[in-house]
Design a protein around this ligand. Sequence first.
Ligand code: ATP
Ligand SMILES: Nc1nc2c(ncn2[C@@H]2O[C@H](COP(=O)(O)O)[C@@H](O)[C@H]2O)c(=O)[nH]1
Length: 215
Amino acid sequence: MAESQTPTDKLARRGLMFILSSPSGAGKTTISRMLLEAEDEIKLSVSVTTRPPRPGEIDGVHYYFVDDAEFDRMVEEDDFYEWAHVFGHRYGTPKGRIRNALKDGQDFLFDIDWQGTQQLYQKDQQDVVRVFILPPSIAELERRLRSRGTDAEEVIEARMERARSEISHWDAYDYVVINEDAQACFAKVREILDAERMKRQRQTGLIPFVRELMS
Ligand SMILES: Nc1ncnc2c1ncn2[C@@H]1O[C@H](COP(=O)(O)OP(=O)(O)OP(=O)(O)O)[C@@H](O)[C@H]1O
Ligand SMILES: Nc1nc2c(ncn2[C@@H]2O[C@H](COP(=O)(O)O)[C@@H](O)[C@H]2O)c(=O)[nH]1
């Protein structure tokens, strides 16, 4: 065992489905990327979408970009954990090998909206952790959407129109974090992840460990 490790570092645990949602532009993709860079032990669940790629987005890394016919085929073949209409396009979480990997202790990060969160939570309450990110103000939300420079004016307007209705789902989440400063928000989200990993119910390796301590 490495010197810095304690016996409990090796205990088996179930993986978790760590969901980040927010109104468009509040910063969940930014926080997701910071988390993925800092943490080796969490994988992004790459969604499938019919929306066209933004500049810099890579197929298979940021999304799987498909046409309507391919999305229809995936729905028919029951390939999705969940899917939803968002801003005039369809987005879905492919099943892949998530369920088995969770059993092996693999954590997954989901950047999905409130509809997808509801569907995942209904299917798998024990593994889901729901985090909602709020902008510090509506004016700042609009400034961020514009500063991203990736969307046409009508797209920005549609996202701003939906912002209040998306924010209204804040109380269906386990945690709510305001993203004023990205570093501070990231630090809070990471604390949530760390604490959730330590939940007794997830630490399946505790049972034999405690039995051994008590024997
Ligand atoms: N704390 C912050 N302060 C200032 N700018 C930020 C902050 N967090 C994110 N941004 C910027 O705001 C813009 C929107 O962020 P991001 O793309 O992460 O939002 P999002 O919630 O993922 O949006 P969408 O749902 O549309 O994908 C980006 O240009 C990002 O760099
Ligand atoms: N229900 C789902 N929502 C998803 C999924 N992937 C992304 N999203 C959400 O869509 C909006 C718009 O995303 P954008 O990349 O076009 O800005 C945002 O709220 C995402 O969280 C998914 O698989 N299922």
